[in-house]
Design a protein around this ligand. Structure first.
Ligand SMILES: Cc1cc2nc3c(=O)[nH]c(=O)nc-3n(C[C@H](O)[C@H](O)[C@H](O)COP(=O)(O)OP(=O)(O)OC[C@H]3O[C@@H](n4cnc5c(N)ncnc54)[C@H](O)[C@@H]3O)c2cc1C
Ligand SMILES: NC(=O)c1ccc[n+]([C@@H]2O[C@H](COP(=O)([O-])OP(=O)(O)OC[C@H]3O[C@@H](n4cnc5c(N)ncnc54)[C@H](O)[C@@H]3O)[C@@H](O)[C@H]2O)c1
Length: 502
C-alpha cells in the first residue's frame, strides 16, 4: 500500500453540490484546494435525489397539465410509459457517471482526491483512496466538511432490505405494490411518482398530516390529491412488524382509531417493496471527529460564517446537510457560497489582500469579512429568515420563511392573508377547475411579509418573488407598486394586497 503526503491550503470533504461550490469559491483568491470524494462527484442530488426524482415526477405533471385543458386533453389518449420514463431518468442522472462533473472540477483548478477522509488531528487527515493508496493530507488554512447525510432506517425495517430514496430514485423496476413509510418531502414526492408509474401505493404516516413542516392546508391538499388518484394515505399509523418473504414484504400496521374510543386497528399489508422515507441524519459517523473533541454521528453545528462551533482556531467549517442547518441543495449551495467567500477572503494569499473591495464593493476583502454584519456576503443570514422549499408533488407545494404557527411561536403579531388561486384570470387560462391557494404571513408592526405558502399546479416558480419580498423586507405599501402581469398566476399578489386593504 503506497503512502503519500500532501499539503493544500484548503481541503473540502465531500464533492456533493455543496462541496463543489465551496471548493470553487474558496479557490478564487489563489488558495490551493483539494476535494476528497469516495463516490460520485456531484453527490446525492445529481444521482439519487433532486435530479432523478424530478425526472420521475415530470411526466405526470405534463400529462395532468394537458388533461386540464380542453382541446389539448383530447390529444392525450395514452398512459405514462414507465419504461420510457426510466430511460429518461437514467439520462437525467447522467447514467451515474461523473465524468462531466470531474471535468468541471479539474477545469476549475481544483484537485480531486478519490477516497474517504478521516481526521487524525486538527487540520490533519488520512485519505483512504479507492485505489488502495493511503494519503496523509494536511490543510494549511482550513477544512470544510460537506459529507452530506444518510437516510434513517428504523430498526423495524432493518432485516427486510427496504428501499431508501437511493433505491427508489435509481430503480429499473416499478413495484406493483409499494408501501411508503413517512409523511415528509421524500415520501410525498416519491408516492406521487410511483403512483404515476402504476404502483399501487400505500403511504404510512406516523403523524396526523402530510408535510408537517408546511402550513396545514398544504399537506391536506396533497393528501386529497393522492387519495383522488387511488393512493391510500393512512395517517396516525405505526409499522410494528416487517418481514421479508421471498419477493414480498409483509407489514403489520397499527392505526390509531380515529374514533378514539375503540383502541388501535391492526392491518396486515403485503407489498413488493417498502420505501423508508423517515428522515436523514448527518454523515459524520466515521470522520474521526473524536480527534477534534466532537462526537461522531452528531451534526456539525455552525455559526452564520459556517464555522464549526466548539472547535478553536477558526480553521474548521461545515456546510450542507451535514450541519443539520440546511436540507436542500439550493440552501446548502448558498451556505457554500458564504463559506467559500469567508475562506477566500480570510486567507487571501495575495499581497496587500487587506481591504480590496473591488468595483462597487463586490470584491473579496479580508477586512470586510472580519467586520461582516448580517446580510453581508460573508454571513448566511437567509438560513434563519428566509429558507425556500419546493415540494414537487401534484399539486406543488412551495413555501419560504415562517409559517403562521412559527411566527406565533416567535411571539410576533401577524396577519394572515389568503387567496384561492382558482379565482384568477391566469388560473382559468392555465387549467379547467384550477385549484390552489396562497397564504402570506405578514408582520403587523413592520408591514412586511414574514412567510408565504403556495399550493397548486405550476406554483413552484412563483416562490421566488415571495423569497425576494421576505429577504428584502419589502413593505406591503411598496409591494403595491410591483405590478403582476395579466393574466398570470402572479396576479395573486394583487389580490392579497387588496385583501390587506390596499
Ligand atoms: C429523494 C430526495 C430528493 C431531493 N430533492 C431535492 C430537490 O428537488 N431540491 C433540493 O434542493 N434538494 C433536494 N433534496 C435534498 C438534497 O439532495 C440535499 O440537500 C443535497 O444533496 C445535500 O448536498 P450535500 O453536498 O450537503 O451532500 P451530498 O450530496 O450527500 O454530498 C456529500 C458527499 O460527501 C461524500 N462523503 C461522505 N463521507 C465522506 C468522507 N469521509 N470523505 C470524503 N467524502 C465523503 C459522499 O460520498 C457525498 O458524495 C432531495 C433529497 C432526497 C433524499
Ligand atoms: N424537493 C425538495 O427540496 C426535497 C425533496 C426530497 C427531500 N428533500 C430534503 O430531504 C430531507 C429528508 O426528507 P425526508 O422526507 O426523508 O425527511 P422529513 O423530515 O421531511 O420527513 C420524515 C418523515 O418521516 C416521519 N418519521 C420519522 N421517523 C419515523 C418513524 N420511526 N416511523 C415512521 N415515520 C417516521 C416523520 O414524521 C416525517 O413525516 C428533507 O429535509 C428535505 O428537505 C428535499
Amino acid at each position: 500500500m503506497a503512502e503519500v503526503t500532501d499539503e493544500y491550503d484548503v481541503v473540502v470533504l465531500g464533492a456533493g453540490a455543496v462541496g463543489e461550490n465551496v471548493a470553487d469559491r474558496a479557490s478564487r483568491t489563489g488558495l490551493s484546494v483539494a476535494v476528497v470524494e469516495p463516490a460520485l462527484v456531484g453527490g446525492e442530488c445529481s444521482y439519487w435525489a433532486c435530479m432523478p426524482s424530478k425526472a420521475l415526477l415530470r411526466p405526470g405533471d405534463v400529462l395532468a397539465a394537458a388533461r386540464a385543458v380542453p382541446g389539448a386533453a383530447a390529444a392525450v389518449t395514452g398512459r405514462i410509459d414507465p419504461a420510457a420514463v426510466l430511460v429518461r431518468r437514467d439520462e437525467v442522472a447522467a447514467h451515474w457517471d461523473d465524468t462531466g462533473q470531474v471535468a468541471w472540477l479539474e477545469g476549475a483548478g481544483l484537485t480531486l482526491l478519490r477516497g474517504r477522509a478521516r481526521f487524525t488531528a486538527p487540520r490533519a487527515l488520512v485519505v483512504e483512496g479507492v485505489d488502495g493508496t493511503v494519503r496523509t493530507v494536511t490543510a494549511r488554512r482550513a477544512v470544510v466538511v460537506a459529507t452530506g447525510s444518510v437516510p434513517v432506517v428504523p430498526g423495524t425495517f432493518a432485516d427486510v432490505r427496504p428501499w431508501t430514496s437511493r433505491e427508489a430514485t435509481s430503480t429499473h423496476r416499478v413495484p406493483p405494490r409499494l408501501a411508503v413509510v413517512g409523511g415528509g418531502v421524500v415520501a410525498t414526492e416519491l408516492a406521487t411518482a410511483f403512483a404515476d408509474l402504476g404502483s399501487e401505493v400505500t403511504v404510512l404516516v406516523r403523524g396526523g398530516r402530510l408535510l408537517a413542516a408546511a402550513e396545514p392546508f398544504a399537506g391536506e391538499a396533497v393528501a386529497r390529491a393522492l387519495t383522488d388518484r387511488g393512493v391510500r394515505v393512512l395517517l396516525g399509523t405505526s409499522v410494528t412488524s416487517a418481514v421479508r418473504d421471498g419477493d414480498e414484504v409483509r407489514l403489520v400496521v397499527e392505526r390509531r382509531s380515529t374514533a378514539g374510543r375503540h383502541g388501535d386497528e391492526t392491518e396486515r399489508l403485503t407489498v413488493d417493496e417498502v420505501l423508508v422515507a423517515t428522515g436523514r441524519r448527518p454523515a459524520t459517523d466515521d470522520l474521526g471527529l473524536e480527534t477534534l473533541g466532537l462526537r461522531p454521528g452528531d451534526a456539525l453545528e455552525v455559526d452564520d460564517r459556517l464555522q464549526v462551533t466548539g472547535v478553536d482556531g477558526g480553521w474548521l467549517f461545515a456546510a450542507g446537510d451535514v450541519t443539520g442547518r440546511t436540507a436542500t441543495t439550493h440552501q446548502g449551495k448558498y451556505d457554500a457560497r458564504v463559506v467559500g467567500d469567508v475562506i477566500a477572503a480570510r486567507f487571501d494569499p495575495r499581497p496587500a489582500a487587506e481591504g480590496q473591495p473591488g468595483r462597487g464593493g463586490r470584491g473579496l476583502s479580508r477586512q470586510a469579512e472580519a467586520q461582516a454584519a448580517p446580510w453581508s456576503r460573508y454571513r448566511a443570514t437567509a438560513d434563519v429568515a428566509a429558507v425556500p422549499q419546493v415540494v414537487f408533488t401534484r399539486p406543488q407545494v412551495a413555501w419560504v420563511g415562517r409559517t403562521h404557527d412559527q411566527a406565533q411561536r416567535d411571539g410576533l403579531e401577524v396577519e394572515v392573508l389568503a387567496y384561492e388561486l382558482g379565482g384568477l384570470g391566469g388560473a382559468s387560462v392555465t387549467a379547467e377547475g384550477y385549484e390552489g391557494r396562497v397564504q402570506l404571513v405578514v408582520d403587523v408592526a413592520r408591514d412586511v411579509v414574514l412567510g408565504a405558502t403556495f399550493v397548486g399546479p405550476d406554483v413552484a416558480d412563483m416562490l421566488h418573488a415571495a423569497t425576494v419580498a421576505v429577504v428584502g423586507e419589502v413593505p406591503l405599501s411598496r409591494l403595491w407598486h410591483a405590478v403582476p402581469s395579466y393574466p398570470t398566476l402572479s396576479e395573486v399578489w394583487l389580490r392579497l394586497l387588496e385583501a390587506a386593504g390596499r
